[in-house]
Structure formats: C-alpha cells, structure tokens
Design a protein around this ligand. Sequence first.
Ligand code: SAM
Ligand code: SF4
Length: 459
Amino acid sequence: MKIKFDADLIKRYDKSGPRYTSYPTAVSFTPEFKEANYRQHAEVSNKNADPLSLYFHIPFCDTICFYCACNKIATKDYSKSPVYLDYLYREMDMQASLFDKSRVVEQLHWGGGTPTFLKHDEITALMEYTRKTFNLLDDDSGDYSIEIDPRSVSKATIKLLREVGFNRFSLGVQDVDDRVQKAVNRIQPINETQAIIDACRENDAHSVSIDLIYGLPLQTVDGFAKTLEKAIEMNPDRMSVFNYAHMPKLFKPQRRINAEQLPSASEKLEILHNSIDTLTSAGYEYIGMDHFAKPDDELTIAQVHGSLHRNFQGYTTHSDCDLVAMGVSSISSVHNCYSQNAKDLEGYYAAIDAGKIPIIRGLEMTEDDVLRRTIIQQLSCQFELDFKVIEKEYNILFSDYFAFELEELKAMQADGLLSVSANDIKVSPSGRMLIRNICMVFDEHLRQQTTVQSFSKVI
Ligand SMILES: C[S@@+](CC[C@H](N)C(=O)[O-])C[C@H]1O[C@@H](n2cnc3c(N)ncnc32)[C@H](O)[C@@H]1O
Ligand code: SF4
C-alpha cells in the first residue's frame, strides 16, 4: 500500500486511540459476561462450523524489559511452568469440550510473555496435548506461529519448534544499539539474533518476522537508522515497528525508564518518517498500523485481494476463524462475543480448580457492534469501504445510518486524509498513517466513554 508521511497532519491528529485488534475494544468488556454466555456463543459457533484459531498465553519472562506493556510475570523460577501447563491442559479440556472436534485448527499462536521460557520437553508436551485435544493440521498447511525471545533459544530450539509444527516465527529485537539495550534492560547481541534467524531459514520457516520499537530511551534518528539497516540485512519477511508508549502509571516496569532520556516528539516523528522511507525503499510494503511485509508475503497478497483481517495477534489472512484463547489474561473471540480470562495466576488457578473456564469479563456484541466491527476491520485492513457491500450485508442505508459519522469525516476529507463519495470511502496515502483516527469516528463505544487515557497515542 502506498503511504505518504505528512508530519503536520500527524502532529494535528496525534491523540490517544485504540489499535483495534478488536471492536469493541477490551475497555468495553464487563464482568456481567459469564461462562454461561460464552458457552452459548460456542454452541452457535458450532452451527457455523468455521475453522478455529487457538491462542496460548505463556506469561513468564526471566528478565523484564523496562518498556514492556505485555501481560507477563517476571520469574527465574522455572518450576512455575509445569504447574502452569497443568492448569492450561485443564482449561484446554474444558474449552475443547465446547467445540466440535471436526473443526480444523487453521491458525495457532503462542504469545506472551515469553513462550520460549518453556523447556524443550514442555514445548513438545504442550503441542502434543493440543494435537490430542483439538483437530490440528499435520501437513504444515496451517498458520502456526510463535513469539520468540532470541535470548531464550538455541538453534536446537528452533529445530524443535519446527518439528512440533510451528512454521512462522516472530522475534523480539526492538533496537540493536548497546546503549539503548542497556537503558531498557534488554541486552541482545545482534549475532545471537542473526543465528536464530539463520536457524529459522535452515529449518524452512514459512515466515520470519522482527519486532522493533521506536521512542525508547537514548534512541536517536541516526541510531535507529542503524537498527533498521541491521534489521533489513537480516531480511525478515515481516517487520513491526511499534511506537513506544510511555505510560508508567499503567505499566510498572516503565517506571525504571529515565523519562529524560526519551527522544522528543519531533525526534520520534523523524524516526518514524525515516523508518517508513527506509523500509519502503528496501522493498517492504506498508500493511497498516506499524506493520510492514515483503510484496510476496501472504499478508501483502491478502491486502491486495481484499481478504486481510485483524485480530488480537495483529494482521492475519484468516477471517472466518473463531478464536479460542487459553491461558492467563487471554482474550477469545467466538461467534459474536469476546471473553477474557483472569489476569493473575491466582484467579486463573482458582477458577480452574473450581471446574470453571476462568472468564472474568467479556462482551456480547449487539448488531450495531457487529456492523461497526466490519467497517473498522475493512478500513484498517483495506483502507477503503464500499457502502453497497455494507448495505447489502447489513440491510441498512449507509448515508442514513452513518449520517453523523459522514458529517464528522468532512473535516478529515478537507485535511486530505480520505475522500468520501456517494459510494465509498477511500483513505489517501497520507491518511493511512492515521487510520486509527479514521476508525475512531465509527467507534460508538469510544463516543460513550469519558476518558481514553488507557489508549496510547499515534506518536
Ligand atoms: C510478548 S513480546 C515478544 C516476545 C518476547 N517476549 C520478546 O520480548 O522477545 C511482544 C512485543 O511487544 C512489543 N512491545 C512490548 N511492550 C511495548 C511497548 N510498551 N510499546 C511498544 N511495543 C511494545 C515488543 O516489540 C515485543 O517484541
Ligand atoms: S518484551 Fe518480551 S521479554 Fe521483554 S518483558 Fe515484555 S514480554 Fe518479557
């Protein structure tokens, strides 16, 4: 997708907003949503019999990166993981009993924390148990991915992960500069990262992805240019360049970051500008919201064909899967509901001991939620929206139903973010960087909320 960097526009539209890995976002989930609600939606989902996407959350990390905003547990006590896995198996049994065994698992993802905190025999056991419990593909045709901290694996780990069925690998890198690494408590020599990427290639990985973060302490425009250069040399299929959101009130480890060392807003903007220029010149396509991929990558191809989607793991080619998420804090999306598991181990373990799926909150979508979800998905994945398609699918008159939103979009049209005709919305190359802001116009829940402080800013 073509993208144009417009610093003035970005500055003007730099406000907090969701990243729309779900709509409605987790802020709207309520504790009134219970296991019984989830069971009902699972039952309906069996009638549709869509394929499944499984997510497993492995929360442990043996050291903590100061910037981290993920749901994780810091520990060097490796005896915690067998206990956790035992509970995960019990949750898996409960979840699997809700879904027809014939439903194929097209997508599977281990996220964290650090999934590679698990020892080799634990990795094998978890995957074996999953295969026994759900209908996994065994011909390497599924999208089976894992987040890897290169500091926690060896070449042998990659070989094992490939053998048990993973074919997509996502590596945390963030920045290669020694000073930045020290400031965020993540020492990761580049040759070690390179060795792991080589191992992924040697083992025939379908895709390798690298995470970078801009806006970290001691980062400079030149310094991050070197990180990008090194990242491009490593030749990943996909790259994510996340914006560091400094929210120390919300994320405790961030209190250990010296705020005076953070790059200024204008430096961050320049780093972002450079990143986009460098990655697109190196042949990467901009997919949207921090993500880049090579032209022959499945994500890019799906975007060209209009079949790209977005879920809790980011962009995906699997639209019709029900997402069954297991493990502490994980969020499922089944039929027309979202449900989140207990966020702390005590709560998670206690619910399972009581024989319950450890759901603490969730949301049943209204018809309006489903409609708006489709619109937000379509805009954030394809950057355009055909009114006729929506009208046909949802039996509405777009100009009537969204009269208020179309009025709001006028200012964005005047600013050149998009064009609105009688038939469609088309996001311009400079509007693509501000797609969150455009989606926010269609977010009815956000309009009802008095504060958006729990969301990060664009810059
Ligand atoms: C669960 S971690 C990846 C796996 C593994 N734990 C690791 O760090 O290598 C997910 C990714 O989220 C990103 N991330 C974490 N905290 C962030 C923050 N505060 N702002 C932006 N990105 C962040 C990092 O790029 C990180 O690689
Ligand atoms: S970035 Fe990864 S390794 Fe670092 S604390 Fe967060 S989850 Fe753990």
